[in-house]
Design a protein around this ligand. Structure first.
Ligand code: PMP
Length: 449
């Protein structure tokens, strides 16, 4: 009896239950669609980048997220294809077939300290990870490591914040200007200005920058979103930060060993392990490396050791694939897989997009890759596609055909352009190509001038 008095009335309980279920479903949806580059809530009722509503209902009976994947593949044609995020799930199939080689087992006692290597300037850098990074760069030949400090970050996104902090003069009345040539990576303006810092301020397109005074220019090469190979454009004495997230041999020929003062890399786009949230910076100047380390100490007291040890294993398995004969015989080497798969996708996309109408795609330079020996065109992780004809809103046009992309405005460009991911799951990409071919065969505003 006492218990009954304490309970809420049955109607109120039902309401509470309904609210709780709704909140939980909302939370699950939000978690599953947070995605790469900070895009939050679902843009459509059902998308292929994450479990849709229908799939959520079936979750309990079909064994979780993997079950969901199977269920909604069967209804592929009715669903939205989400190419908005740069989620590198294309690499999942490679890592699946590599079996246990990449498995990392950590006992409960391991890695519990804040510290990794107190002799190192970056005291939270795991030596195994530092060695694996150096080994891979030396193998591929895409960046110099000698006389560089390695700073590890929670994704290259955190390193970007750290580098802004390190390069901003602390006591000036005006924040330092931060620029990058348009179209630029959509996250730069958001991250630069998110705290409305007095230290640094986003000033947009580097081609239009004409202020006197100090500045930071971001040089992203190959570029996100358009895949172009880039150099600095501001004619001044500012500081350059080279974002080389895509300077790997599956995306572009490795034609030189980069030796810029500050270079940013990430496992997200090198190996596909975006969820590990790990990036590294190669920094020449000791003071800058120290300040970056200080920033990461202040905001997160270091970087997950579990992530570093996992990433170290993955990077070492890639290097083993080239350097140890027995692993080479078992599996195709990692970059070879990526090179072939992305190359195939680009050929499919070019065929489906039409020759300049209804869509147009950029041309890229051809070069010989010093690492693989292949002679090929840059084949970026994103396609920067233009809708021709009368359509000004390319993103909106494609959304009507259940294809989600990111419009040009996010990148400081025009909405006749969209960026779409080339590195998602194969079945989604194939379905996208099918839809693009259908659009191509229709009489649409894209074919009218
Ligand atoms: N720089 C560029 C150019 C990128 O495209 C990305 C990922 N989309 C990042 C940095 C951030 O990578 P991370 O996942 O390591 O934060």
């Amino acid at each position: 009896m006492k218990y009954r008095k304490l309970c809420l009335p049955a109607v109120a309980m039902k309401h509470l239950l309904a609210v709780s279920v709704a909140l939980n479903v909302a939370l699950v949806l939000k978690l599953m669609h947070g995605g790469d580059e900070g895009v939050g809530w679902l843009k459509a009722e059902e998308t292929l980048a994450g479990p849709p509503k229908k799939a959520l209902q079936e979750m309990s009976s079909s064994g979780g997220v993997n079950g969901v994947q199977n269920n909604f593949e069967s209804g592929l044609q009715e669903l939205y294809i989400n190419l908005d995020h740069g989620d590198p799930t294309m690499y999942e199939s490679y890592w699946k077939q590599s079996g246990d080689k990449t498995t990392v087992v950590l006992s409960g006692w391991r890695s519990i300290s804040y510290f990794s290597d107190t002799r190192n300037l970056c005291w939270f850098l795991e030596p195994d990870f530092a060695n694996a990074v150096t080994r891979l760069h030396n193998l591929v030949g895409n960046a110099a490591t000698e006389n560089y400090h390695i700073v590890v970050g929670t994704g290259s996104t955190q390193l970007y914040q750290a580098v802004l902090y390190a390069l901003s003069p602390p006591n000036t009345p005006e924040p330092i200007s931060v620029v990058s040539a348009a179209p630029f990576y959509s996250q730069y303006p958001l991250t630069t200005d998110c705290l409305k810092s007095g230290l640094h301020k986003w000033e947009g397109d580097a081609n239009k920058f004409d202020k006197n005074g100090p500045y930071i220019e971001l040089v992203t090469s190959p570029n996100n979103p358009d895949g172009s190979i880039r150099q600095a454009v501001v004619n001044g004495t500012g500081v350059l930060v080279h974002d080389l997230a895509y300077y790997w041999p599956q995306y572009t020929p490795i034609s030189y060993r980069a030796d810029n003062d500050i270079m940013l890399f990430t496992v997200s786009k090198c190996t596909g392990h975006a969820g590990t949230r790990l990036g590294w910076a190669l920094v020449k100047d000791e003071e800058i490396a120290k300040k970056m380390t200080k920033f990461i100490e202040i905001v997160s007291i270091g970087v997950s050791k579990e992530s570093q040890l996992r990433a170290a294993k993955i990077l070492d398995v890639i290097s083993d694939g080239y350097e140890k004969k027995e692993s080479h015989e078992e599996n195709e080497p990692f970059f070879e897989f990526g090179y072939k798969e992305i190359g195939r996708r680009w050929r499919q996309l070019r065929a489906a997009a039409g020759n300049g109408k209804p869509f147009s795609l950029p041309d890229f330079p051809t070069g010989k890759c010093n690492f693989s020996g292949h002679e090929f065109e840059t084949q970026p992780a994103f396609a920067w596609m233009e809708c021709k004809g009368e359509t000004d809103d390319c993103e909106g046009f494609l959304r009507e055909h259940k294809i989600l992309t990111r419009g040009g405005k996010h990148f400081g460009s025009r909405s006749k352009y969209v960026r779409l991911s080339m590195i998602g799951r194969e079945e989604h990409f194939n379905e996208f190509i099918r839809r693009l071919s259908v659009i191509n065969s229709l009489d649409s505003p894209l074919t009218k001038d």
